[in-house]
Write a protein that binds this ligand. Structure first.
Ligand code: PGA
Length: 253
């Protein structure tokens, strides 16, 4: 059965103490996770170890980095490599979030290298894709997003790509309160699965969890997650409020 994931993306928010409090509240809540359901916390680098310790051996919870460098080591002051994350037993890493694509000039080509770094170090990449508003308005979102997949992921073999996670996040819906309609989300997710199927076959395409991100809230998560090709969410703002995020976790089908 395909994995379902509710992923919190804290971005550059919360003090260390606020992070601890938030985690405590969430982890103390009885969430009734099913065997195929997982909760990820993509926290700032200095909070990774604390998050890992707080999770302890609870089943269904994992820690994620928000980024890693595309080289394995070297003179890159201020950067963090995938081998460093692996040495801290970090299980997941976001790759290619649209904010990093925009503010840190990440290209599909450098993201392909980051994906490789993650895989070489047994870290599951959560590969983020999604179109800006101008592309949606021009009606070329399918080509735009499938190019992101092709250029950053399609060099992977079928046995590898089937282990990763993809998050579709239309940029115009991130942090704007403007959620894509459930119809728009299902349409894109079905399209992405079809693109993967064309390249790798049905079995592989069916194995990859496709998350939706962009103003996922306690009030819209159930409707979004009911879509057959939506396997959970990547949640920014609403993941910073315990009751909102736990409601979103429970909305997984
Ligand atoms: P948002 O952010 O939920 O605040 O829109 C989602 C994301 O950027 O991952």
């Amino acid at each position: 059965m395909r994995k379902q994931i509710a992923a919190a993306n804290w971005k550059m928010n919360l003090s260390y103490q606020q992070g601890e409090e938030l985690l405590k509240e969430i982890l103390d809540t009885d969430l009734g996770l099913k065997d195929n359901q997982e909760v990820l916390f993509a926290v700032p680098f200095p909070y990774l170890l604390m998050t890992k310790k707080m999770i302890g051996d609870r089943r269904g919870f994992s820690v994620a980095a928000q980024n890693c460098h595309h080289e394995k080591s070297g003179a890159y002051t201020g950067e963090v490599s995938a081998p460093m994350l692996a040495s801290m037993q970090v299980n997941y890493c976001l790759v290619g979030h649209s904010e990093r694509r925009e503010y840190n000039n990440e290209t599909n080509q450098t993201l392909a290298l980051k994906v490789d770094q993650c895989i070489e170090n047994s870290i599951i990449p959560v590969f983020c894709c999604g179109e800006p508003l101008s592309v949606r308005e021009a009606g070329t979102q399918n080509e735009f997003v499938s190019t992101q997949l092709r250029e950053s992921l399609f060099h992977l073999g079928p046995d590898i790509i089937s282990t990763i996670v993809i998050a579709y996040e239309p940029i115009w819906a991130i942090g704007t309160g403007k959620t894509a309609s459930t119809g728009q989300v299902q349409e894109m997710h079905a399209y992405l699965r079809a693109v993967i199927e064309d390249q790798y076959g049905k079995e592989t395409a069916q194995e990859i969890p496709l998350l939706y991100g962009g103003s996922v809230k306690a009030g819209n998560a159930t409707e979004l997650f009911l879509n057959p090709d939506v396997d959970g969410g990547l949640v920014g703002g609403a993941s910073l409020i315990a009751v909102d995020f736990t409601t979103i976790i429970r909305a997984m089908k």
